[in-house]
Design a protein around this ligand. Sequence first.
Ligand SMILES: Nc1ncnc2c1ncn2[C@@H]1O[C@H](COP(=O)(O)OP(=O)(O)OP(=O)(O)O)[C@@H](O)[C@H]1O
Ligand SMILES: C=C(C)CCOP(=O)(O)O
Length: 244
Amino acid sequence: MIVLKLGGSVITDKERPETLDGGSLEQATDAVANALADEKLVVVHGGGSFGHHNASEHGVSTTEGTHDAAALLEIHGAMKTLNQFVLSRLLERDVEAVPVHPFSTAHRDADGTLELPTGQLETMLEEGFVPVLHGDVIAHAGAGATIVSGDELVAELARRLEADRIGLCSTVPGVLDADDAVIDRIRAYEDVASVLGASDATDVTGGMAAKVRALLALEAEASIFGLEGLASFLDGENPGTTIE
Ligand SMILES: Nc1ncnc2c1ncn2[C@@H]1O[C@H](COP(=O)(O)OP(=O)(O)OP(=O)(O)O)[C@@H](O)[C@H]1O
Ligand SMILES: C=C(C)CCOP(=O)(O)O
């Protein structure tokens, strides 16, 4: 079982609000369609230029919530629009992709812990579907609703579904060191903390630093790679950076 995140920074143009990077989305969905045989796959996508701008305007992040339903619908609506684009590109390539919207299924406890039921996902996988989740807003006890990033969803899905392979496809070829060379393996946060930053673009969920933290907390290994590494990851290789 594979859990794959398509980073929002890859499939959208992060500089321009609500704009797809059509070519990259096609390349990514081609790679997914070519790789699917008997392998079970869950896809998660991030926001990129969908969702982050709306969340930032309303002051909503993974920890700062809102009780303003109109603001939530705006953020959720932007993510659903992007989800629809991803689904339709997958369907065009005969991938039996179906949507799963975290706002309707997940929540956070008062301490911020993500609760994500997976019975529906397990059934979808058994029935041959490819569930496609996305970063979203979710109800958060005591805070109204906050953002859940695609990276958090990947980590939680990997734990609960006991994924064999976990991959984050982002806009960079891996985690880069101070000389912009790809770091092969990361074993501890402290080893790379000095080079890890937020995203270059508007991003309310913490960029590369948050990714590495979330993946280090997993028992299984995970890979961070760029679009050029996606086909080889789906083929069983370890492109980019491996997080132990
Ligand atoms: N050491 C680093 N190595 C690589 N990228 C880094 C590093 N430090 C900060 N970054 C930033 O992290 C970005 C990747 O994180 P970002 O959250 O934008 O990716 P994504 O998951 O693809 O997109 P989204 O969050 O919209 O889904 C890179 O584009 C870069 O700007
Ligand atoms: C901003 C929203 C709603 C989603 C964020 O998901 P991410 O791009 O994976 O961080």
